[in-house]
Design a protein around this ligand. Structure first.
Ligand SMILES: NC(=O)c1ccc[n+]([C@@H]2O[C@H](COP(=O)([O-])OP(=O)(O)OC[C@H]3O[C@@H](n4cnc5c(N)ncnc54)[C@H](OP(=O)(O)O)[C@@H]3O)[C@@H](O)[C@H]2O)c1
Length: 294
């Protein structure tokens, strides 16, 4: 018999944005999401109301007793203590949704015969409503034994996700790519939008102006990949424009200059790879972007 399949039962501990979104998508895909618990019973009730046949429980143990697969979708810091607070059955599957947490947090369940995995959606979740819409097409980073990988990969595919298998040592690197694309890209957009205040507009107006451009960038990346989609003054070799950028930031927003310099320097090898940027011009750009010696 398979370790876990669509006929098996699933329970969630942690009824937040990720747990709630996965619960709804798995239930819609025909999986039996039958139990949920959370720190606050009201959160578990809200989760259960969205899913036919799902029951909210007060205790994590009640969830674990009711199902074959327990997904611990709490904040990262709570995963280990939640897992340690439960008595596990032999052959039961337990998975967390964290990209930054290793399977070491599941020593206790494994010592009792449970089987451990990780099921991490490489996506930014802010609410269940948004999460449910964004799951199709999302990559899922999966960790575990071959049997666990198969079970969790089937689950990812059933909800429109794309599974990738990760070794423990590669997980932090994989996770930080998501952080760069989610959190840091948002910070970059926020930093750029803030500069609009110096042009007589609000930061919100800056966001409004820049978001359609971000969509264009995403389309370009999807269509042309790297280095095809990499463009701009560094790829064109527009030395005068780059010099003007550096001088302007130095005078008007010096706190942004180190960030600009580093990102601009990162563009240079892609411009050369694209054969759009002559290596001699690339060297001159490097000189303009070098921080002054102190
Ligand atoms: N957000 C993202 O973009 C994202 C993306 C990929 C993966 N993840 C991972 O997904 C997991 C969940 O993240 P999230 O964004 O869904 O967090 P979240 O919205 O804050 O939800 C976490 C839920 O866990 C509950 N909880 C916290 N401590 C608990 C405990 N000790 N026992 C039981 N329940 C507890 C919370 O309690 P209440 O009952 O008080 O509501 C809340 O409902 C994390 O491992 C995170 O790294 C997040």
């Amino acid at each position: 018999m398979a370790l876990f399949d669509r006929t098996s039962t699933i329970g969630f501990i942690g009824a937040g944005a990720v747990g709630g979104s996965l619960g709804v998508c798995l239930s819609r895909a025909g999986y039996r999401v039958v139990a949920v618990g959370s720190r606050t019973f009201a959160s578990a009730q809200r989760f259960a109301e969205r899913i036919d046949g799902c029951q909210a429980h007060h205790m994590a143990q009640e969830v674990a007793d009711a199902v074959q697969l327990v997904v611990i979708s709490t904040a990262d810091d709570a995963i280990r203590s939640v897992a340690e607070g439960v008595t596990w059955r032999s052959g039961q599957l337990v998975a967390h949704c964290s990209g930054a947490t290793s399977l070491d947090v599941f020593r206790h369940p494994v010592s009792q015969g449970a089987v451990a995995g990780a099921f991490h959606p490489l996506q930014a979740f802010s609410s269940v409503e948004n999460g449910v819409d964004s799951i199709p097409g999302t990559t899922f980073g999966i960790e575990g034994s071959p049997e666990v990988r198969t079970a969790l990969a089937d689950m990812a595919q059933a909800i429109g996700g794309k599974p990738v298998f990760l070794n423990a040592e590669d997980k932090p690197l994989y996770h930080l790519t998501g952080v760069m694309m989610g959190n840091l890209l948002t910070c970059l957009a926020a930093t750029a939008a803030q500069l609009w205040e110096q042009c007589g507009y609000s930061r919100a107006e800056g966001v409004e102006a820049l978001v359609p451009m971000m969509r264009g960038v995403v389309n370009n990346l999807e269509r042309s990949g790297v280095p095809g989609a990499v463009a701009g003054p560094y790829v064109r070799g527009d030395l005068g424009t780059i010099r003007k950028h550096v001088e302007t930031l130095d005078a008007r927003a010096p706190e942004v200059l180190p960030l600009y310099r580093e990102l601009a320097r990162a563009a240079i090898p892609f411009g050369v790879e694209k054969r759009a940027l002559n290596p001699k011009i690339a060297q001159q750009i490097e000189v303009i972007l070098e921080p002054p010696e102190i």
